[in-house]
Design a protein around this ligand. Structure first.
Ligand code: GTP
Ligand code: MG
Length: 257
């Protein structure tokens, strides 16, 4: 499982993936493919940095106006080559540089941990209003939590990166969630991926109950926020009620946190 760590890149996995990508052909073709792969990954990394900066700017602006930070932390991660190859295979595609760009939407990931639930929507709206950001997909697991209790707002967007000779639109997956949602998701991930352990129905029920408690906690904290700070969100234009979340899109399993 790849961790969301700042600029982490595992060289060993990179070379594993070289073998996977270079499934056939000559050594020269494999070398070409490897170069293309490395270039594509560098582009994704740039797009990830762009998105991270956009959120840092929004956080700075908000804190100047309102004397508090809507963002408690940002984590970025590049999907590991191993996860990329596994996901392509799962989707029925031969690993190739073209297939990565066409079918993997979460090579670059940015997770924004917010203070309050309303901050999640305010930040998402503020980001999506920017004229260089294009929304590709939006899944609101806060309005419609997953059956296990998972809550977060997921966005897939494209942002441009400006290279010496061209401008390129790159996809980035963004997960916005509160501290409470992140707490639950991080622990659920640890529990579920413990090797050699069967996750019983009772455990699943307990985890679901914990998710409900965390949702209640968020709701009560948000009420307190309103009492303390009043109505801070003068620029919220929420599209959240206009976009439907399709249940079919929920994944059968998670590839990584
Ligand atoms: P995959 O990317 O293949 O998982 O499919 P998807 O893009 O349809 O999935 P989705 O947008 O629902 O979720 C993508 C990411 O959200 C995962 O890689 C996890 O990081 C996170 N996630 C989704 N569901 C859960 C969950 O139940 N528990 C935890 N801890 N994380 C989740
Ligand atoms: Mg995904």
């Amino acid at each position: 499982m790849a961790e969301y760590t700042r600029y982490a890149m595992d060289e060993r996995l990179e070379s594993d993936s070289l073998h996977a990508l270079a499934t056939s052909g000559t050594a020269w073709e494999a070398q070409q493919e490897w170069e293309e792969y490395r270039t594509l990954m560098a582009y994704y990394r740039c797009a990830m940095m762009e998105v991270e900066t956009k959120f840092n700017v929004l956080n700075t602006e908000f804190s100047l106006r309102h004397d508090r930070n809507p963002i408690s932390g940002i984590k970025t991660r590049m999907k590991s080559p191993k996860s990329i190859v596994e996901k392509l295979k799962r989707l029925g595609h031969q690993p190739s540089v073209q297939a990565i760009e066409a079918h993997i939407h979460d090579v670059a990931g940015v997770r924004v941990i917010c203070s309050f639930t309303e901050d999640v929507y305010t930040l998402a709206d503020a980001l999506l209003k920017q004229d260089d950001v294009v929304l590709v997909e939006r899944k609101d697991y806060i309005a419609s939590p997953k059956p296990n209790g998972y809550r977060s707002l997921h966005l897939i967007v494209t942002v441009p990166i400006f290279l010496a000779r061209e401008k390129r639109e790159m996809q980035v997956e963004i997960q916005l969630r509160t501290i409470a949602m992140d707490f639950w998701a991080a622990l659920e991930h640890q529990l579920r991926y413990k090797k050699d352990t069967t996750f019983t129905d009772d455990m699943a029920r307990e985890l679901n109950f914990c998710a409900e408690i965390s949702a209640m906690l968020d709701s009560r904290m948000n009420t307190l926020r309103r009492e303390v700070f009043g109505d801070e969100f003068e620029y919220v234009v929420s599209e959240r009620d206009n976009v439907s979340v399709s249940d079919e899109e929920q994944p059968a399993g998670e590839d990584e946190e």
